[in-house]
Design a protein around this ligand. Sequence first.
Ligand code: ADQ
Length: 466
Amino acid sequence: MSGDNSFVVVANRLPVDLHTAPDGTRTWTPSPGGLVAALSPVLEHQQGCWVGWPGVPDEAPEPFRTDAGVLLHPVRLTQGDFEGFYEGFSNASLWPLYHDLIVTPEYHREWWARYRDVNLLFAQEVAEVAAEGATVWVQDYQLQLVPGILRQLRPDLRIGFFLHIPFPGADLFRQLPWREEIIRGLLGADLIGFHLESNARNFLDLCAGTEGLTVSGTAATRRTDAHVTTHDGRSVAVGAFPISIDVDSLGEGTPGGVEKLRAELGDPQTVILGVDRLDYTKGILQRLLAFEELLEAGALEGAVLLQIATPSRERIDQYQVARSQVEEAVGRINGRFGSMGRPVVHYLHQSLPKSQLRTFYEAADVMLVTPFKDGMNLVAKEYVACHPDGSGALVLSEFAGAAVELHQANLCNPFDMESIKRALLTAVQGAPDVMRERMLAMHAQVSEYDVDRWAEAFLSALGEHR
Ligand code: ADQ
């Protein structure tokens, strides 16, 4: 049972979502989120095969090649799979657990059963398309059992696993009723990668406390100094590989685009920008409240806030709550501080083309990135990449993985309203020379460590390990 693909990426979602119009016409649109943004260019360079779900239940079109040469292999999930595996176990159990319980995770045995079944299904699909001895790169928290199952189905494969979200401390992780199964699943890989050394350390601590596993070495960035030896004597490498962006994917700036956008916003003195999936981890409400308090204090004369929020996981209760809180705050702030035809908060609950995002990034004097917890946060890096001349200023949560590399940002603690306000004020009023120097240092970091370096570091570590 093997196919002819020597490089296979498997992720919950394909990089495109299938849409069927009422007349039956089918179209594909880019699917949202950081994983797709990071991996698409890697797959294009490798001309690899991408196994994933097409974003709608009960559909699995025939595999096809994209214009960029990537072979897409759709996996069919039923409505029940979608609800139990995706909305349930992945996004209402694992997501909040791995983001340090910002909301309370729910654990249900039926969700877990679906998670196991769907992981088996993904592993079987990969086993069919991967060539003898192929490299398979498994992505993210939805597929943590795939490495273990694949190892059994296809021992010839070289298997890497990368986690795009944080990995929690052992004390939190141990809540999970199926913790042993998840650890065993992950350890089916030859290499397990995290964004940060702290994430890798959390995983190693957990393994060190698990019977039958031995840990050697310490977590390191872009190296595999740490190893876990499994019950059956296999050695699994563990390392930190901070993900980054593909600067080219943001396209060219539109000539005159920035001026046009600023004019549309009423030529404000200061444009403050937020760009996020609408997720309760991203701290969107907190930043709105900080903005509101500063307006109230008369400290942000002539500033407007532009908040772009991509619709995300809209059927899950906590996401509906987060959205209504955000939208209520937007309405209230505009009611209090806006004037006829001149809102102070411009809010779009939409997905936008990258070229348009680029114009927003370029036009923003200040970028507000305030997650309570974030694996990396590519938006922060995209903003920095769009300011090669050192203009602009970044307010960044200490709890975003990106804060490790972008430590020259105006860092804030999103749990502390005063801290967000201080960082925002410093970003708006800080000495231009100091702000410029910091932005230039961050720009150099993002330019040097782009997404190609990330993929290359991970894949060469995987190649060396076996
Ligand atoms: P996300 O939680 O989705 O990613 P992030 O890393 O910021 O978060 O990536 C979001 C991506 O979506 C960016 O490329 C951004 O440009 C794009 N995007 C956001 N809003 C958009 C909009 N309205 N229209 C179009 N595009 C939009 C997960 C983890 C992160 C980790 C990434 C990659 O949660 O911590 O950084 O994976 O590993």
